[in-house]
Design a protein around this ligand. Structure first.
Ligand code: ADP
Length: 260
């Protein structure tokens, strides 16, 4: 559409990017950013060149999760910003540029301008995938972002909880509206395995995303357990998928990466 053309005209470096994938969620706190980071490492483990654009303007957690907190991008030519690098992943985030407290009070147009700058004024290297960590929700801001960028496809992250699933369905509808294909749904925090007895408990409900994917004629790309190591790694700016790419946690994410 015409909006896509506009984005392309303003583009300075998107030509290097083969596929832009939006990682979205209807509801906040379901693990969208955590999933984005781990899938980025999983795609890298499959041999791809990967970047992350943190568009979660109101809660940029990618700098922390990639171990790049308090870092600032440099500029090679005074115009374009160089993305920061975490173990080979190129990253750009509003969190590198402004105080989180400032960005949280931005209105839609400001958020949208900031997003454009992050995408178009970054000197992205050659990438097979640029994962966009979208702001949670399905309002005007999300719709504008989805329209502005030549997104190849979207992935929806949800927990099995009813209130998250209801919002995830809205996410699918939003991408349908702007004609962005939805590759499928990732169910995060699907279950917890007791480290003492091995019992599997379905804390947020069982098989919710599977049923939802069926109802929506979409695909369940994978299920990620609620696991203390995933939370700790995210807090410490690490990823089990990077450090133990043949381990059990990595296997959940690598299965998803192979479906992308
Ligand atoms: P969102 O981006 O959807 O707001 P986050 O990725 O910031 O959500 O995750 C919210 C919190 O849940 C974080 O503290 C994160 O470490 C934790 N978390 C996310 N996924 C998992 C998981 N599978 N197991 C354990 N903790 C998780």
């Amino acid at each position: 559409g015409s909006d896509k053309n506009k984005a392309e005209q303003g583009s300075t470096s998107q030509g290097n990017i083969a596929n832009i994938i939006a990682i979205a969620s209807g509801k906040g706190g379901v693990g969208k950013s955590t999933t984005t980071v781990n899938i980025a490492y999983a795609l890298m483990a499959e041999g791809a060149k990967v970047g992350i654009l943190d568009a979660d303007i109101y809660g940029p957690s990618i700098p922390t999760m990639l171990g790049l907190k308090n870092e600032k991008p440099s500029s090679s030519d005074g115009k374009l910003m160089m993305p920061l690098n975490a173990n080979g992943i190129s990253a750009m985030s509003i969190g590198f540029l402004v105080d989180e407290a400032d960005a949280t009070v931005w209105r839609g147009p400001m958020a949208s301008t900031a997003f454009n700058q992050l995408l178009n004024e970054t000197d992205w290297p050659e990438l097979d995938y640029l994962l966009i960590d979208m702001p949670p929700g399905t309002g005007d801001i999300q719709l504008t972002l989805a329209q502005k960028v030549p997104v190849a496809a979207a992935v929806i992250v949800t927990t099995p909880q009813d209130i998250a699933l209801i919002d995830a369905v809205k996410g699918i509808a939003m991408f349908d509206k702007v004609k962005v294909p939805v590759l499928g749904i990732i169910e995060n925090m699907s279950y917890h395995i007791c480290e003492h007895c091995g019992h599997q408990s379905y804390i947020f409900g069982e098989a919710g995303a599977e049923q939802m994917a069926k109802d929506q004629q979409s695909k369940l790309l994978g299920q990620i357990p609620l696991d203390i190591a995933i939370r700790q790694d995210a807090d410490f700016g690490e990823s089990d998928v990077f450090e133990h790419s043949t381990g059990e946690i990595a296997s959940y994410y690598r299965k998803i990466a192979r479906n992308i």
